[in-house]
Design a protein around this ligand. Structure first.
Ligand code: NZQ
Ligand code: ZN
Length: 386
């Protein structure tokens, strides 16, 4: 096992009815900016619960943060923070609202030329304006990590940022929020969380036995609950396990002491930036081809995953590893997630070249757990994903 430091200060308030307890977590004299998305919280009662809880606070609202939070929209919210002297932000939504809020938290205290530098450089954020979250969509684990991803339509970019100053002070995880999530977003949430685990697991054996078992148990739990939650999102037990699995998949714990990959996300983000494809779906497009292309490096972990997660007991390492990739792709299909770029756009020719060039320009020439996945290989993987 590799050496590691582990720090995660986010307080989790888990369960039905927990929204009302946020009053104990926000400083009494805080002027609060409540951020949210396109209005789902106004249709499912979460908006009322939050505003009732905040009745004794001075609150300003900023709604309309779109999926794949858009830089220009966030700059409008930043003006509100400055004009209104906001000192606490409460994000109520999914990964996009929470990520947008993390950007705002950092940008509010940033004194460089323009806040985009937080993403383009990227700058490690040591301190941000304090914020909490009420999670409405299990998927990203943004509610318990210190990373964020922001999109910029003008340049068709989607970049990540973060730092130890960007952990939420607290996050409410109320599984009843899952009831109103549409099928497409449920499938996205399962796929995103599942791929987060893969990114931190599908590398090479590194003696992290407990980390491997944590990772495998999260994947097994997601596989088990997927049909239940797709069938009935108001199943509280399934929703609880769904929510906690997604959080645990990317709150930092399972990646400690082991190598991580993250190349699937790097390529996937480009597909969202270029074509607006849902984040999780871009991962399902890239992951199987990435594992095929890097089979030599990854086959031992692929085979272990095949055995332990998919019960593949027959055959040698290569056979088990191959079947494990097939099982993974079938799992995405079982959620009605297509795994070819051409299923999402007719305009895919040339995509691989564009992405490879972008990576070269950014100096991203050594991705993956061995830091040797270069633009040529990226091009091949994306081409195979057509
Ligand atoms: O905007 P509203 O009206 O709220 O509707 C949202 C949105 O349309 C809807 N929704 C959310 N909760 C709902 C609901 N609808 C009904 N009932 C509810 N309870 O779902 C739609 C999608 O929301 P969004 O927040 O965009 O989804 P998700 O949580 O999947 O977040 C995706 C974003 O997170 C980034 C992605 O790149 C993408 O931009 N990621 C963030 C990560 C992180 N911070 O650690 C890691 C991930 O890998 C990912 O990159
Ligand atoms: Zn993701």
């Amino acid at each position: 096992m590799q050496n590691f430091d582990f720090y995660n200060p986010t307080k989790i308030l888990f369960g039905e009815g927990k929204i009302e307890t946020i009053t104990e977590e926000i400083p009494d004299d805080a002027k609060v900016l409540m951020t949210y998305g396109g209005g789902s919280i106004k249709r499912n009662g979460i908006y009322e619960q939050v505003t009732e809880a905040l009745v004794d606070f001075e609150v300003v609202e900023f709604g309309g943060i779109p999926p794949n939070p858009e830089y220009e929209v966030l700059l409008e919210a930043l003006d509100v923070i400055k004009d209104e002297n906001i000192d606490f932000i409460l994000a109520v939504g999914g990964g996009s609202v929470i990520d947008g809020t993390k950007f705002l938290s950092a940008a509010a205290l940033y004194d460089g030329n323009e806040p985009w530098e937080l993403l383009s450089d990227p700058i490690r954020v040591e301190e941000g304006l304090p914020f909490g979250t009420v999670l409405t969509l299990p998927a990203t684990a943004s509610e318990m990590n210190s990373g964020a991803v922001v999109s910029r339509e003008e340049t068709k970019e989607k970049l990540a940022m973060g730092g130890p100053g960007l952990f939420p002070k607290f996050s409410v995880l109320d599984p009843t929020a899952v009831r109103t999530i549409p099928e497409r977003q449920l499938a996205n949430g399962i796929t995103d969380a599942f791929t987060h685990v893969l990114e931190q697991y599908m590398t090479y054996p590194a003696g992290g036995h407990l980390q491997d078992r944590f990772a495998e148990s999260i994947m097994q739990t997601l596989i088990e609950l997927a049909p239940k939650i797709m069938e009935d999102p108001s199943d509280y037990e399934a929703a609880s396990n769904f929510m906690w699995s997604c959080t645990m998949a990317l709150n930092g714990l399972i990646q400690k002491g082991v190598p991580t990959d993250w190349a699937v996300h790097a390529m996937g983000h480009e597909l969202t930036a270029l074509y607006g494809i849902d984040h999780a779906r871009t991962l399902a497009i890239i992951a199987p081809r990435h594992y095929e292309e890097n089979f030599g490096h990854k086959k031992e972990k692929l085979a272990q995953y095949g055995e332990r997660v998919w019960n593949i007991t027959e055959g040698d390492t290569d056979t088990k590893a191959t079947k494990a990739i097939e099982k993974t792709e079938s799992f995405f299909h079982s959620l009605n997630i297509d795994t070819k770029l051409s299923d999402y756009t007719d305009d895919y020719e040339g995509t691989a070249q564009i992405i490879a060039e972008r990576f070269k320009e950014r100096g991203w020439t050594g991705l993956g757990e061995h830091k040797e996945l270069g633009p040529d290989q990226v091009k091949t993987i994306v081409e195979k994903s057509y």
